[in-house]
Design a protein around this ligand. Structure first.
Ligand code: AMP
Length: 427
């Protein structure tokens, strides 16, 4: 019989990798909440028009990568390719701007883009997304990047570089667009067919092109950063000063344009050299006109998204270990001990300590092998003699030392060591 497999580019996240995901998510929640962000969960499916209007009709995402389909009534829908558009929609729809206390949001979840799958690039992937509304001050731009930097630092991530750029505003970008268009017209014959088209529809997008010959033409192209107006230039200077004040290293990259049309002024990306072609771990920027363009009030916004798959690939490459879970294994010998061990395991779990045992009455050696495979941090050993004396042996699997404990107090000792994760609300 033909086996049904997962859709290409859409991956299962298996139990053996899940602790990485949980750690990344927990760290993200911790930091985001400390900076005043609150979680929002929006649907995976939206009206297609939302993405076309916000991300831009002539971006790669909307032109080539959307999962778009009519529903049974013929309404055109799309799987979300990113989170900003949906969060802005929810922000407007629920009048969230009326509550000045809640203007920072985060979301964690799957996104969908029909790209060619390869290492670090998938068709369903996950993002951690943060969006802040209502503040135009360059201090916030720097704070957002600082928060991203702190997050990566807390995860122990090394070797990533923060690239920043300014994309100007509606005042200065049109003049630059004209400049770039005439440069591209002069070099038209050297451009790929996609860029031939882009130079008319959305010339800035040529900077996203991956074709070598386009990239070499662009080496000579005028860059937007040189043409930004004095207000944008002052904003960008302040962002850089603030980042320096926060001791957050960055690199000004005037050729970074980001693949979405809603950005203006500050844009940024976190780049790695350890993932081959998929070198962006996260990115974001300011989108002051977007809330208004989608029918809301004229409120500024800034945000970013981090790709969780790429982040986890990097963390795994960096550490070379699979994470050790704080876990207690209870090994028992003899029927009476097994019955007592069964109770002990449930007591530990009730107190919020992850615990396990072996139910088949195997030898101590085989139980220890199992504990090793589970990568537990402690094994509680309960033999017939120990049971009679009201004692257990506690083996620390990391330091490889062993000591005797009173059976009565071993649960408390393990709680003290591992911390109480889920205090039980009832007796
Ligand atoms: P973007 O919204 O395109 O700026 O993407 C933000 C981040 O999401 C990127 O820096 C990547 O880490 C991640 N990302 C984007 N597209 C994909 C994909 N197809 N597969 C895996 N991660 C992705």
């Amino acid at each position: 019989m033909r086996l049904i497999q997962a859709v290409r580019g859409m991956n299962d996240i298996l139990p053996r990798e899940i602790s990485w995901w949980q750690r990344v998510e927990a760290t993200a929640r911790e930091i985001l909440e400390d900076f005043g962000y609150r979680e929002i969960r929006t649907p995976l499916v939206e009206k297609l028009e939302l993405f076309a209007r916000s991300i831009g009709e002539s971006t790669d995402i909307v032109e080539k990568e959307m999962y778009a389909f009519p529903d049974r009534k013929g309404e055109l829908l799309g799987l979300r390719p990113e989170a900003t558009a949906s969060i802005v929609r929810a922000f407007i729809q629920h009048n969230l701007h009326a509550d000045p206390l809640v203007n920072k949001f985060y979301a964690i979840g799957p996104m969908f883009r029909h790209e060619r799958p390869q290492k670090g690039r998938y068709r369903q992937f996950h993002q951690i997304d943060a969006e802040a509304f209502g503040i135009d001050d360059p201090m916030l731009d720097a704070e957002v990047m600082y928060m991203l930097h702190l997050f990566l630092q807390r995860l122990g991530m090394e070797g990533v570089v923060l690239h920043i750029n300014s994309l100007g505003c509606t005042e200065c970008r049109p003049a630059y667009r004209g400049l770039l268009q005439s440069f591209l017209a002069d070099h038209a014959e050297a451009l790929c067919p996609d860029c031939q088209r882009r130079r008319h529809t959305n010339p800035l997008r040529v900077f996203d092109c991956k074709v070598d010959r386009c990239q070499s033409v662009l080496q000579e192209a005028p860059v937007l950063l040189q043409s930004v107006c004095s207000a944008c230039s002052a904003h960008f200077d302040r962002v850089q000063n603030c980042l320096q004040g926060l001791k957050t290293a960055f690199l000004v990259n005037p050729r970074m344009v980001r693949g979405l049309d809603y950005y203006m002024r500050t844009t940024f990306e976190v780049i790695t050299d350890q993932l081959g072609a998929q070198n962006a771990v996260g990115g974001g920027g300011r989108y002051n006109g977007l809330v208004k363009d989608l029918g809301g009030p004229d409120i500024p916004g800034i945000g970013f998204a981090i790709g969780m798959e790429r982040l986890i690939l990097l963390l795994q490459q960096g550490s070379g270990i699979s994470s050790v879970s704080p876990h207690v294994f209870v090994a028992a010998l003899g029927e009476a001990s097994r019955r007592r061990a069964f109770l002990l395991v449930q007591e530990l779990r009730k107190e919020g300590v992850a615990a396990d045992m072996e139910y088949e009455g195997r030898s101590l050696k085989s139980q220890m092998r199992r504990a090793d495979k589970l990568a537990v941090s402690h094994v509680v050993i309960l033999g017939e003699d120990e049971l009679n004396r009201g004692e257990v042996q506690v083996r620390d699997m990391i330091s490889k030392t062993q000591e005797v404990h009173a059976l009565e107090s071993v649960v408390q000792a393990m709680v003290k060591f591992h911390g109480k994760r889920h205090p039980c609300p009832v007796g």
